[in-house]
Design a binder for this molecule. Structure first.
Ligand SMILES: Nc1nc2c(c(=O)[nH]1)N[C@H]1C(S)=C(S)[C@@H](COP(=O)(O)OP(=O)(O)OC[C@H]3O[C@@H](n4cnc5c(=O)[nH]c(N)nc54)[C@H](O)[C@@H]3O)O[C@H]1N2
Ligand SMILES: Nc1nc2c(c(=O)[nH]1)N[C@H]1C(S)=C(S)[C@@H](COP(=O)(O)OP(=O)(O)OC[C@H]3O[C@@H](n4cnc5c(=O)[nH]c(N)nc54)[C@H](O)[C@@H]3O)O[C@H]1N2
Ligand code: SF4
Ligand SMILES: [Mo]
Length: 736
């Protein structure tokens, strides 16, 4: 049985009008299976195969998860899961998982460990952390994390007095974009999912943003619906991506010149009077300054700079303006491209404002309105930070999520003060941070390194203590606040008991608090159901029926929270100084940056070298799913895309294995060539995440090539600290 959107609508209709709560599709499916004598349960929960956090329903037969399906109630899954979501069972039953706590038993990197009990491992971790805190101050303990385990260890670090906590989702991902939109709108363009009303868009512009390969579930469903309805796609990408293949306009831009295109579009819209005058008048500030600042960016100039035909530049923006405001220039997500990325994000934000998309149908929906009661389960406030955190570096607009590489730098240089220990949870730093040589050097410098993960990755296998978390299908987490067009709450709860000697992160963090003598920060209550008890108290504080959420729906809506479009009585609120959309940014000006984005030229490769660009596979998430059985079977290795003419020149055949060597002489694993006309002549492309150097991950180890190994150069964005990573050039080396 599949849970369709229709089954959800049927349920909604049955339960309407104050009738008794009807059985939800999973409750009825469970009842039917039981009537036939099966030992079957359906458990609504939340997917963690990526960060979209879709609602999933696990079908459990005789204590084994046999199927994962999309929860029809959850707006991010709408009854469907992507391939990775369905493949989650492969993560749960992966025989290469970490099975026991381990303590290092030899030099770092030699891969020698001894198994330990949880009590022994946590006692050891607490002893080490206490000693380091006593000698160097708690601030010398740094944490890096991504995903749901982070919260529990943030709690431990803050309770100890360290606020040196950083998330790669900032400087290696979307933090750059978020700060640019905060400067412009006083809002991020989405909390977890982007506020794009693709479902209703008439024209969608994608700059890089490779929807269809970047596989965020509901966003792709909406994108497909939009295409089905005849929405026009304008796709700016040096590669003929999946999205480009659906586009009315494919603009094969010279990599790194996007801001030239964006500023020229802004100039055209203004000089042709195609912008939304009423909207600009009412909601924005700084229009005249923008008009002046972009005058120099003519279509002739842009055509030269971007290597796009002038006609295409003009016609695409004419089409975009024609349907404004029911259009959107997608704000994108991964922004750490060239080191001048905050200004590119500003240009996208300004273009949207001129088209009047914020709060308009088919543009950007307004954030939902919902207040959640404060809930901290009577945990005392944290002690003040022992020293001001260093995670913002010298970047005036770095966000609170921290600039990961600043922690790494301080570990190497001891400046502005030394970081001596790392706590790493749910991030594979060797794959995630640019310049692996520096990551390794920093790790070698550490007095102590703890990793909490599911797998023996290249990063984990450098840790002094390895703590095995159980997978999302074996644990409680959350409750999660979900912000789509509406606000809602979702649950994560175990479908099965933790396998081996793995434990949920909440438990690990809580036990560690106790070992550190910080009992007041531990989860209240004892035993493995303590966290569920907390979730129940939280649901109560929020006025949510926990049992209904846990058993019937897995997701509940906050009624009345959905107010997506501007109307007379639903005006947008801009949390900027002027309370308007700041096209001209005085905040940037005060810090010595361009208040209106200006174009900066970047370095381009010489002949014979190619810019290395990278992206996503629809069936993998970064490096974390490569070892996952069925996903690995779908895609075992990545390929390097090489333009056909270049391949002929080099004598490289389609399917031939080559190696890539970068400007610093660093060589990749061997990688299969995809010879294609679908990419420009000056760049090569590969999917990120492959090429593991992790012998205990049997499927992933050595398959494909690692883009990060070749990214030995990066340029930091002076505004936010984002690491521009598409600044490496490679040549192709034929295998002997
Ligand atoms: N299946 C799957 N989906 C995912 C993820 C995953 O791991 N797997 N990860 C998620 C996360 S966290 C993120 S941040 C997003 C990232 O996904 P996006 O935000 O879509 O990432 P981008 O880097 O914008 O897009 C990569 C595209 O940019 C193109 N490109 C490269 N250089 C340039 C350039 O100079 N200019 C232009 N215009 N285009 C260029 C590449 O050819 C490629 O098609 O994906 C999310 N979705
Ligand atoms: N070269 C290059 N670098 C990039 C990118 C790129 O495209 N190219 N993308 C950037 C972007 S956009 C992002 S968001 C980051 C992503 O960076 P990361 O999130 O670090 O990506 P992964 O490589 O998937 O590493 C995730 C780690 O978490 C572990 N893990 C998975 N699930 C769980 C869990 O439930 N509990 C615990 N404790 N651990 C778990 C996995 O085993 C894996 O070791 O990388 C950034 N870095
Ligand atoms: S998009 Fe796919 S992998 Fe990500 S949460 Fe949703 S189903 Fe899971
Ligand atoms: Mo990301």
């Amino acid at each position: 049985m599949a849970f369709s959107r229709r089954s959800f609508l049927k349920y909604a209709a049955m339960s309407a009008g104050g009738a008794a709560l009807a059985d939800t599709p999973f409750i009825s499916a469970e009842a039917r299976a039981k009537a036939e004598g099966g030992n079957v349960k359906y458990v609504p929960t939340s997917c963690e195969m990526c960060f979209w956090k879709c609602g999933a329903v696990a079908k459990v037969v005789d204590g084994k998860v046999v199927k994962l399906e999309g929860n029809p109630f959850h707006p991010q899954s709408r009854g469907k899961l992507c391939a990775r979501g369905q493949g989650g069972i492969g993560q749960l039953y992966d025989e290469d998982r970490l099975k026991h706590p381990m303590i290092i038993d030899g030099p770092r990197g030699a891969g020698k460990y001894r198994e330990a009990s949880w009590d022994e491992a946590l006692t050891y971790v607490a002893k080490k952390l206490k000693a380091i805190a006593a000698k160097h101050g708690p601030e010398s303990i740094g944490m890096m994390s991504h995903g749901s385990p982070g919260d529990y260890f943030t709690n431990v670090l803050k309770a100890m007095g360290s606020h040196n906590i950083a998330f790669p989702s900032f400087a290696q991902c979307k933090g750059i974009r978020d700060e640019a939109w905060l400067l412009t709108y006083g809002h991020k363009p989405g909390s977890s999912c982007e506020q794009v009303d693709l479902e209703n868009s008439r024209v969608i512009v994608l700059i890089g943003t490779h929807l269809g390969e970047n596989m965020h579930n509901s966003q792709n469903q909406e994108f497909a619906e939009a295409i089905g309805r005849g929405a026009k796609i304008i796709c700016v990408d040096p590669r003929y991506s999946t999205a480009a293949s659906k586009a009315a306009f494919w603009l094969p831009i010279k990599p790194g010149t996007d801001t030239a295109l964006l500023l020229t579009w802004i100039n055209i819209i203004i000089s042709e009077n195609w912008y939304d005058k009423e909207y600009v008048e009412k909601y924005t500030e700084g229009f005249e300054q923008v008009k002046e600042a972009v005058k120099q960016y003519t279509p002739e100039w842009a055509a030269q700079e971007t290597e796009l035909p002038m006609r295409q530049i003009v016609e695409s923006v004419r089409e975009l303006s024609r349907y404004a405001p029911n259009v959107v220039v997608h704000p994108g997500r991964h922004y750490s491209w060239y080191g001048n990325d905050t200004q590119r994000a500003r240009a996208v934000a300004i273009l949207n404002a001129l088209l009047g998309t914020w709060g308009r149908k088919g543009g950007m929906w307004l954030p939902p309105k919902a207040k959640f009661a404060k809930f901290n389960d009577d945990t005392p406030a944290y002690p003040p930070a022992s020293k001001p955190p260093l995670i913002k570096g010298n970047f005036p607009f770095a966000g609170g999520e921290g600039v990961t590489q600043v922690l790494r730098d301080a570990t190497i240089t001891g400046k502005p003060y030394p970081i001596k220990a790392w706590f790493v949870a749910g991030t594979n730093l060797m794959k995630t941070l640019p310049d692996q040589r520096l990551t390794r050097k920093a790790i070698d410098n550490l007095d102590f390194f703890v990793a909490v993960d599911l797998f023996p990755t290249e990063t984990v296998m450098l840790a002094d203590v390895i703590l095995p978390e159980c997978t999302y299908l074996e644990r409680h987490d959350g409750l999660f606040k979900i912000k789509t067009r509406e606000a809602g709450v979702a649950i994560r709860q175990p479908a099965v008991e933790p396998m081996y000697d793995s434990k949920p992160a909440w438990w690990i963090g809580s036990e560690l608090c106790k070992k550190l003598g910080l009992n007041e920060y531990a989860v209240k209550g004892n035993g493995m159901d303590a966290w569920e008890g907390r979730m129940r108290r939280q649901a109560k504080a929020w006025g949510i029926d926990y049992d209904k959420l846990a058993k019937h729906t897995g997701y509940v809506t906050i009624p009345g929270s959905e107010r997506p479009y501007i109307t007379a009585d639903n005006q947008p609120v801009f949390n900027t100084f002027s309370e308007k959309i700041e096209l001209y940014s005085e905040d940037l000006e005060e810090e010595g940056f361009d208040p209106v984005p200006q174009y900066e030229e970047i370095e381009h490769p010489e002949k014979g070298m190619y810019r290395l660009i990278y992206g996503r596979s629809p069936v993998h998430t970064f490096s974390r799913t490569i070892n996952t059985q069925w996903l690995w079977e779908l895609e075992k290795e990545n390929e390097v895309w090489l333009n056909k003419k270049e391949a002929v020149r080099l004598g490289v055949k389609n399917g031939e294995y080559v190696r890539l060597e970068n400007q610093d002489g660093v060589r990749s694993n061997k990688i299969k060539t995809k010879v294609t006309e679908r990419i420009r002549h000056d760049c090569v492309y590969m999917v990120h995440g492959f090429g593991h150097n992790a012998p205990r991950m049997k499927r992933a180890n050595g398959s494909g090539a690692d883009d990060q190994k070749l990214i030995t150069k990066y340029i930091e964005d002076p505004i936010t600290g984002g690491t521009g990573m598409r600044v490496n050039f490679v040549k192709i080396i034929k295998e002997a």
